[in-house]
Design a protein. Structure first.
Length: 402
């Protein structure tokens, strides 16, 4: 075929195609999809396209999470960890990184880990297992490597800075032990006060980023507490002491106010309760409330109790000397709450002749002086963190993998 014939044939074919197109009827409305690029796999693979910086329609999405941004963050973390490993004191730098987080500040590693968790969540449940393996687990492993030496060091600081002083002040003394030697109330305040106590200061200074205080209770901060095995006995102990501080220091100074009311008991003629010189006498007559304060400022602190029955004269139940005298007396009694507000209690003291000497006590906050009974056999835990590091939660990923 010559060049001219080829050109003539091509032109003829183009003209015929144009005539055919112009003579063909138009396609009915709706016969073409609104989005030519959409398909049945978009719900599954759409999140992956978004991760690569493109939505299913092929448009860029600057506001979405992206793989490139994640990789940039990971590179920054890798370079930082390389600097730490090649430092003159790598363990010291590692501890400093963890301590920064413990004190409530962010570092590149924790920020990148949080970004990885957002990436994994953005892919949905169908990609949950793979996403966590790619974006979360490697950073969790790096975070645990940073934490391991730091938790050991912080346990040691807690023991040396708080626990040793606590044991020296209270070990073998009442109410921490059933002995005749009393613990120092001023020293107890020095340790547990909410504003200036040694324990509170340590937690605020060293663990602000790991623990969070809501109201009067400490708990693990979900933002930075992941991967840490916090000793549950430690949390229970500091919360118990925090509550006791609230009861003891309601108006700034140490003191508990309460009201006492003698109750009628069969065969009991009279009861006499004395606290720091203040006397409450009850003669099986009209009941009345009397207000007391503990520990008070008496030169002769203590609590005593006598009773008179129909079968004998006045008898001494007990004379408990010292600032802890009231608590020692309550230690021998049975205490029952009388309402749901934890402000009204029945105090029953078993007399040697079988009679139950009974009072009602009205408190201002919680159990009032009975709160100190919780210190019996109390020991301050020596570990904040348990040995080992917690793994990231895997329940949801396991369900997907199954």
């Amino acid at each position: 075929m010559t060049c001219c014939n080829f050109r003539r044939t091509r032109v003829t074919r183009v003209r015929n195609a144009c005539r055919l197109r112009s003579s063909s009827p138009p396609l009915p409305s709706g016969s073409l999809p609104n989005n030519p690029s959409s398909g049945p796999l978009d719900p599954t693979f759409g999140p992956l396209l978004g991760l690569l910086g493109k939505d299913p329609e092929g448009k860029g999405s600057d506001d979405d999470l992206s793989l490139q941004a994640f990789l940039t963050r990971v590179t920054r973390v890798r370079l930082k960890l390389q600097q730490v490993s090649h430092a003159a004191d790598p363990q010291g730098m590692t501890q400093a990184m963890a301590q920064t987080v413990f004190q409530g500040k962010n570092i590149d590693l924790t920020d990148t880990r949080a970004y990885g968790e957002l990436l994994a969540a953005s892919l949905g449940e169908e990609w949950d297992g793979v996403a966590h393996a790619l974006f979360v687990q490697p950073l969790d492993q790096a975070w645990r490597k940073v934490l391991e030496p730091s938790t050991v060091a912080l346990n040691r600081q807690w023991q040396q800075g708080v626990v040793n002083e606590w044991d020296q002040a209270f070990l073998g003394r009442y109410p921490f032990a059933a002995t005749g030697s009393d613990a120092s109330l001023p020293m107890l305040g020095k340790m547990i006060r909410a504003d200036s106590g040694r324990i509170e200061q340590f937690l605020q200074r060293e663990l602000t980023g790991v623990l969070r205080k809501d109201g009067g209770r400490w708990g693990v901060d979900p933002a930075h507490g992941q991967g840490l095995l916090i000793n549950p006995k430690f949390l229970a102990a500091v919360n118990q002491l925090s509550h006791l501080a609230d009861v003891l220091y309601t108006d700034g100074g140490m003191g508990i106010s309460f009201e006492l009311q003698g109750k009628a008991v069969r065969d009991v003629v009279q009861t006499t309760f004395v606290l720091n010189g203040a006397r409450h006498q009850y003669f099986n007559q009209k009941e009345s409330w009397q207000r007391f304060a503990w520990p008070g400022s008496s030169d002769y602190p203590g609590a005593s109790l006598t009773w008179t029955s129909v079968r004998s004269g006045e008898r001494l139940y007990g004379d408990f000397q010292g600032a802890w005298g009231l608590i020692r007396l309550l230690d021998t009694a049975t205490v029952n709450a009388l309402d749901d507000s934890d402000s009204l209690y029945r105090i029953t003291v078993p007399a040697p002749d079988g009679l139950d000497l009974t009072w009602h006590m009205r408190t201002e906050l919680g159990a009032g002086p009975m709160s100190l009974l919780a210190l019996r056999n109390f020991k301050l835990p020596r570990q904040i963190f348990l040995n080992g590091i917690a793994s990231a939660p895997t329940s949801s990923r396991a369900e997907v993998m199954e």
